[in-house]
Write a protein that binds this ligand. Structure first.
Ligand code: HEC
Ligand SMILES: [Cu+2]
Length: 329
């Protein structure tokens, strides 16, 4: 069994499991596009201001001065004052322009005049994300974790909660950062222009495993999204002959839930359909059988301080519960 945690951790800081970078400057949704445009605009304005100041400075340095020149560079005081006015004027125009552009970008980011096509309640936990999909029909609601699947082209309202400390919800390619604050419900909007996996990250220092509090927004076309939703509503059958399921009910159910089984724990992520999740431990390891077996008995090596203990189970139990969970597609 390979110790993948360090490698995976570094690659996740720089990019996703598939090596894709966070992509701050590669927007894939309207809010991120407005923010990226503003970012480039502010860089351009700052560069222009620097160039103008440098130009004026070299002009002033290179100028011949009369030997009796005073503090303002000699000549007439009126001339000096004119230069000060020009400088102040240029700065004012640029700064005002930047301020107006910023307000315009903020307005387009928070603009919620169109009703959302989907509402998801997301709760930040130390150190993972819970997602509850809302529906007008309560029997169609469900809970999942760490992967947020959304339909392409649909504005999605994310209601943000926290179960412990302040976290911050950020998907750089789709929208700006919004904090999750205990006792407060913040709202943000995400919308993806095309299918893909967009990496998200907690961006408020929230304790030991803050860096391993990633999540993934998976944008599917609306047809596939509806199929996915229907699939989430399917239950796992209780099967006394399934060794892995019995180990799970015995050792894991106090903290984890699986739809259709008596397992209803809420201390850890809901594991219904865990097999199709992108990663294990909110981005700590890519999701595959080998890593899952490693996670179960080395949790505190992969994610020291996490609220899941390393479970010291016999190898055959680890193998059985791993096969069971990876089978929950
Ligand atoms: C004391 C509570 C507790 C017990 C018992 C427990 N877990 Fe966990 N588990 C957690 C918590 C909390 C997390 C989230 C850890 C994190 O990402 O920081 C977690 C995360 C996980 C994840 C990753 C889920 C995801 O979406 O990334 C898997 C898989 C998992 N546990 C499997 C198991 C299995 C299998 C068992 C039993 C053998 C088990 N857990 C027992 C609390 C528990
Ligand atoms: Cu956090």
């Amino acid at each position: 069994m390979k110790r993948r945690s360090a490698v995976a951790g570094v690659s996740l800081l720089l990019g996703g499991c598939d090596g894709t970078p966070l992509g701050y400057l590669d927007p894939a949704g309207p809010a991120a596009r407005a923010i990226a445009g503003l970012g480039w605009g502010l860089i351009a304005i700052s560069a222009a201001v620097c160039l103008i100041v440098l130009g004026l400075l070299s002009y002033a340095i290179g100028r011949e001065r009369p030997p009796d020149s005073g503090a303002l560079g000699g000549g007439s005081d009126r001339k000096a004052i004119r230069w000060i006015a020009v400088g102040t004027g240029i700065s004012t125009v640029f700064l005002l322009g930047a301020a107006i552009w910023t307000l315009w970008a903020v307005r387009s980011v928070t603009n919620a005049t169109t009703p959302p096509g989907l509402i998801i309640d997301v709760t930040g936990h130390q150190w993972w994300w819970e997602a509850h999909y809302r529906s007008n029909d309560p029997s169609r609601e469900f809970t999942t974790a760490n992967d947020l699947v959304i339909p392409v082209g649909v504005p999605v309202q994310v209601n943000l909660h926290s179960s412990d400390v302040i976290h911050s919800f950020w998907v750089p390619r789709l929208a700006g950062k919004t904090d999750t604050i205990p006792g407060v419900t913040n709202r943000t909007r995400i919308q993806a222009e095309r299918e893909g996996i967009y990496r998200g990250q907690c961006t408020e220092f929230c304790g030991l495993e803050h860096a391993h509090m990633a999540f993934f927004v998976v944008a599917k076309n609306p047809g596939d999204f509806n199929t996915w939703w229907d699939h989430q509503l399917q239950s796992t059958t209780v099967d006394a002959a399934n060794r892995g399921e019995q180990v799970f009910l015995d050792k894991c159910a106090a903290c984890h839930a699986i739809r259709g089984t008596p397992a209803g724990g809420i201390l850890g992520p809901n594991l219904s359909h865990f097999g199709s999740r992108t990663t294990i431990g909110a981005g700590a390891l890519p999701n595959n059988s080998e890593n899952l077996a490693y996670w179960i008995d080395h949790t505190q090596t992969v994610k020291p301080g996490s609220n899941m203990p390393s479970l010291d189970l016999p190898a055959d139990q680890v193998a059985a519960v791993t096969a069971f969970l990876e089978g929950l597609k």
